[in-house]
Write a protein that binds this ligand. Structure first.
Ligand code: NAP
Length: 340
C-alpha cells in the first residue's frame, strides 16, 4: 500500500528538498501531498518534482498555518482525499523581520561563545512579531499552533487501529528554554518569538508522544542545521545574492569546526529523510535529531538530548488545548453572523 506523506511548507527550501529526496528513494510507493500557502509556488514545486519523477503521485493542498480557518478547511480536504496519513511533516516556518545584532556578532567572534553563536544564533537574532486575523501572535500561530490544530483535526486519519503514523517537526537549535515562558506561550512580551515557538514545538512533541504512543502515533523533532534558504536570506534582506555566494567558502571553512553548517537544503533535510526510514519505537522522544555535515561534506544524523521536561510539556499541552477551544468558539461565532 502506498504511504501517504504530507509536508507543510513544501514549496521551497528544506521542505522541497525533503520531497525530492523521498521521491528519489521511492517515487512509486508514495502519495505525496505538498501543503502550501501559495499555490502558484506550490505548482512550480510540483512541476519540478514531476520533471525528475514523472510517474510520482504529487498532490497540492492549500494550507496557511497562520490562519485557523485555513487549517480547518485543509484538514477537511485531507480527510476527504485520504483514509489514512502515514507521515505528517510539520515543516512550515517563519522568522519575520529578523534583526541581526552586528555588535553582538563581532563581540561573539572574539569570545568563547563563537561556535555556539554560529551554531544556534544565540544572542544575535531577534524578531518583530505581528498579530494574525485570529488574534494570535504570528510566529506562534504559523510555526506551532496552526500545526497543533492540524494534528488535532487529522486525528481520525493519524490514529487508526493497526496503523503507525508519524509526526515530524522541523525545529531548530535556536529553540531555547530561556526564550520560552508558560506564562506567555505566544511570546507576546519578548523579542525572540522564533526561538520560543521552536522550543514550544520540542515540548509539544514530547507531550504528543505521552498522549498518543499507545495509539500508534509517534512524534519526533529535527534540527536542519544552518541552511541557505529564503528564511536565512531574510536575516540580511539587503545583502545581495552574489555576496552570499562569495561567503560560501567562508561557510565551508566554518564547517570544519561546526558540523551544523549543513548549508544546502538537501543536507538540511538529512534528519527528516533519515527519520522516514526509522522504526518509531526505536527513537528517543526526548532527543532532537540533527542534520549534520562533516568538513568533507558527508551527511549524517545525530540525536542530542533536548532541554525539556515532562512537567512543562504537559502544562503547555493543556494550554494549547484550552486555546484550541477558545479559537474554535471564536471561529464559530464569526461564522454564525455570516450564515444568518
Ligand atoms: N534555514 C535554516 O537555517 C533553518 C534552521 C533551523 C530551522 N529551520 C526551519 O526549517 C523550516 C523550513 O524553512 P526553510 O529554511 O526551508 O525556509 P523557507 O525556504 O522559507 O521555507 C519555509 C516554508 O514554510 C512556508 N510557510 C511560511 N509561512 C507559512 C504559512 N503561514 N502557511 C504555510 N506555509 C508557510 C513557506 O512558504 P512560502 O514560500 O509561501 O513563504 C516555505 O514553503 C522552518 O520551520 C524553519 O524554521 C530552518
Amino acid at each position: 500500500m502506498n504511504k501517504v506523506v504530507l509536508v507543510t511548507g513544501a514549496n521551497s527550501g528544506i521542505g522541497l528538498a525533503l520531497c525530492e529526496r523521498l521521491l528519489s528513494q521511492d517515487s512509486e510507493g508514495l502519495q505525496l501531498c505538498l501543503a502550501c500557502r501559495n499555490l502558484q509556488r506550490a505548482q512550480a514545486a510540483r512541476s519540478a518534482l514531476l520533471t525528475s519523477h514523472p510517474t510520482a503521485q504529487v498532490a497540492l493542498l492549500h494550507l496557511d498555518t497562520s490562519s485557523m480557518a485555513s487549517v480547518l478547511t485543509a484538514a477537511q480536504e485531507v480527510k476527504r482525499r485520504y483514509n489514512r496519513l502515514d507521515y505528517l511533516y510539520l515543516n512550515a516556518g517563519i522568522m519575520p523581520n529578523p534583526q541581526f545584532d552586528v555588535k553582538a556578532f563581532f563581540k561573539g567572534l572574539f569570545s568563547s561563545r563563537i561556535v555556539s553563536m554560529f551554531a544556534t544564533g544565540e544572542g544575535i537574532l531577534t524578531q518583530q512579531d505581528g498579530v494574525t486575523s485570529d488574534g494570535l501572535q504570528q510566529v506562534f500561530a504559523t510555526n506551532l499552533f496552526g500545526h497543533f490544530l492540524l494534528i488535532r483535526e487529522l486525528e481520525p486519519v493519524l490514529v487508526q487501529a493497526g496503523q503507525t503514523s508519524r509526526l515530524i517537526w522541523t525545529s531548530s537549535s535556536n529553540a531555547r528554554r530561556s526564550a520560552f515562558s508558560l506564562e506567555d506561550v505566544q511570546h507576546q512580551r519578548g523579542s525572540e518569538p522564533y526561538s520560543s515557538s521552536k522550543h514550544a514545538s520540542d515540548l509539544l512533541s514530547l507531550a504528543l508522544n505521552t498522549h498518543h504512543n499507545s495509539q500508534g502515533l509517534y512524534s519526533s523533532v529535527i534540527c536542519p542545521g544552518f541552511v541557505m534558504t529564503n528564511l536565512t536570506f531574510g536575516i540580511l534582506p539587503s545583502f545581495p545574492a552574489f555576496l552570499w555566494t562569495l561567503l560560501m567558502p567562508v561557510f565551508w571553512l566554518i564547517r570544519m569546526f561546526t558540523n551544523t553548517f549543513t548549508l544546502t537544503p538537501y543536507n538540511g533535510a538529512e534528519a527528516l529523510f533519515w527519520l522516514f526510514k526509522q522504526k518509531p519505537e526505536s527513537l528517543d522522544p526526548r532527543a532532537k535529531y540533527h542534520s549534520l555535515t562533516s568538513g568533507l561534506g558527508n551527511n549524517y544524523t545525530q540525536p542530542r538530548k533536548m532541554d525539556i521536561d515532562l512537567g512543562t510539556s504537559e502544562a503547555l499541552y493543556e494550554k494549547l488545548l484550552q486555546l484550541e477551544s477558545e479559537v474554535r468558539q471564536k471561529l464559530k461565532q464569526k461564522r454564525i453572523p455570516e450564515s444568518s
